[in-house]
Write a new protein. Structure first.
Lengths: 225, 254
């Protein structure tokens, strides 16, 4: 019984997802040239799954609009974690999605650039990258859950609330760690200011004494004093 | 234990949603770096009558300000601000087409800016596609859930703002820390250099002789003076001397 219902929902669901990706309703796009690198910063807690759905298009000057890119235009994705380690360095086709999971909390840098792997872009082609980055396992898609687990509407609502609260909790934990790091930096600055001031005063006094000593000995030697 | 739902009925709401692609809400929040003298534009296709909102904040760089302007598909500027630190802007799309919004750092000559923006199109979707067709009132439980959901959304939003503000402060604190280090090291070096050169300049106006270097008890310094007066120096007419030098000469014979 449940399986038949699930099957009944599966096909339209699949169709919906395909349309979502292929249709004009993809997220915003930005214009780039070939090999121009665009970087984005994502500040995320650890263990977050980031999914980036993208689609690339090539500007056709004859038709004066963007057409889907041919197969020989590839997207290079580089993801660096807060310690500057490479988390992801891969080449993808003209459309699809890339995904990575953060190992440590902090600022991750996602860099994209397009490259044509076979033919050169003769007319200084303009390219467009449609990008949609989602953080966490974004289950806006509750229909699948409903189909699989036969949950009532109330159940789904509670589920949504639980997810939201978990998200808030995660963010707060992350925030606590960031604050700790910030406090350490401030205390380090404070200490440095203190110790360097003391050291510099001592050096000043010491060099003053040394200077006077040598001047005195010089003048004594030359019988000026 | 919901009864057997005929296949056609369960598929219908989804098909409805497929047709209503226009109302499907989209959002993008991104942080990117804007180099000096650069402009970065983003484009989004929006249907007619859909409300969208943009809010942005500058996280690091210079005076934490950026220019922002937004153009509709016909080329009219619907929003334009210069040197703003953060702002929020909502608009209802009159025309269907590609809207573009740009951030410009062209007024700055050397500071990179990191800009965060959040662009939301449309409203939030109902939790299930068939929600739009419901005509029955919500039960108390359900309306309580809706209230909680809205409140939690506000919490998530304010968390986001705190995160951005903390990122800004943290960047400033780290910058201050490294500046204190470099400045302190530089000052110490300058202190040493100044005190040494003061002494040398005072006691040893050019030309210097070897006997001067030997009279002081820091031997390494004698290696600095490679020039030694040759035999012809004694035959040369002495150069005109100032008052101090003649006084010194009278006293020391140097």
């Amino acid at each position: 019984m449940g399986r038949a219902r699930a099957a009944g929902l599966a096909l339209p669901l699949l169709l919906w997802q395909l349309l979502a990706l292929a249709g004009g309703g993809a997220a915003f796009y930005l214009e780039v040239r070939e090999l121009e690198e665009k970087c984005f910063i994502q500040e995320i807690p650890d263990g977050t799954v980031v999914i980036g759905n993208y689609k690339t298009e090539l500007y056709d000057p004859a038709m004066e609009k963007y057409q889907p890119s041919p197969q020989w235009i590839n997207l290079f994705v580089f993801v660096k974690d807060p310690e500057n380690k490479n988390l992801l360095a891969r080449q993808y086709g003209p459309r699809g999605s890339f995904t990575f999971t953060s190992q440590s909390p902090g600022e991750h840098e996602v860099c994209l650039h397009l490259k044509s792997i076979r033919f050169a872009l003769f007319y200084d082609g303009k390219l467009a990258i449609h990008l949609d980055m989602q953080l966490g396992e974004h289950t806006n898609d509750h229909t699948e859950l409903a189909a699989n687990d036969k949950l009532t509407l109330l159940h789904l609502r509670i589920q949504q609330l639980v997810e939201q609260v978990e998200k808030i909790q995660k963010e707060q934990e992350y925030q606590r760690r960031r604050e700790e790091h910030f406090r350490q930096t401030s205390e380090s600055t404070n200490q440095r200011v203190l110790w360097w001031s003391i050291l510099q005063t001592l050096i000043l006094v010491a060099t003053g004494i040394w200077q006077m000593q040598h001047l005195k000995s010089f003048f004594k030697a030359k019988k000026l004093v | 234990m919901g009864g057997v739902v005929p296949r056609s009925v369960s598929a219908l709401p989804l098909l409805l949603l497929l047709l209503l692609q226009a109302e499907r809400p989209r959002g993008a929040e991104l942080t990117f770096e804007l180099p000096d003298n650069a402009k970065q534009c983003f484009h989004e296709e929006v249907e007619q009558g859909v409300k969208f909102s943009l809010d942005y904040q500058v996280i690091t760089g210079g005076h934490y300000d950026v220019d922002c302007f937004m153009k509709d598909p016909l080329g009219n500027t619907i929003y334009s601000e210069t040197k703003k630190q953060y702002d929020s802007f909502t608009h209802k799309a009159e025309v269907k087409g590609v809207y573009q919004f740009c951030f410009s750092n062209e007024f700055s000559t050397f500071s990179h800016k990191t800009v965060y923006f959040d662009f939301q199109v449309g409203d939030e979707p109902p939790i299930l596609p068939d929600m739009g067709n419901r005509v029955t009132a919500l039960t108390q439980m359900e309306s309580a859930c809706v209230t909680i959901h809205e409140a939690l959304k506000t919490v998530i939003d304010s968390q986001k703002h705190y995160r951005l503000r903390e990122a800004q402060d943290r960047a400033r604190a780290e910058d201050l820390n490294s500046r204190v280090s470099y400045w302190s090291i530089g000052e110490t070096i300058a202190l040493f250099v100044v005190s040494f050169s003061q002494l040398i300049w005072l006691l040893c106006p050019l030309p210097c002789g070897e006997d001067w270097a030997l009279s002081l008890d820091f031997p390494p310094l004698s290696s600095l003076y490679l020039w030694k007066p040759g035999p012809e120096a004694a035959l040369q007419k002495p150069h005109p001397r100032g008052a101090l030098e003649s006084a010194l000469e009278a006293r020391t014979g140097w």
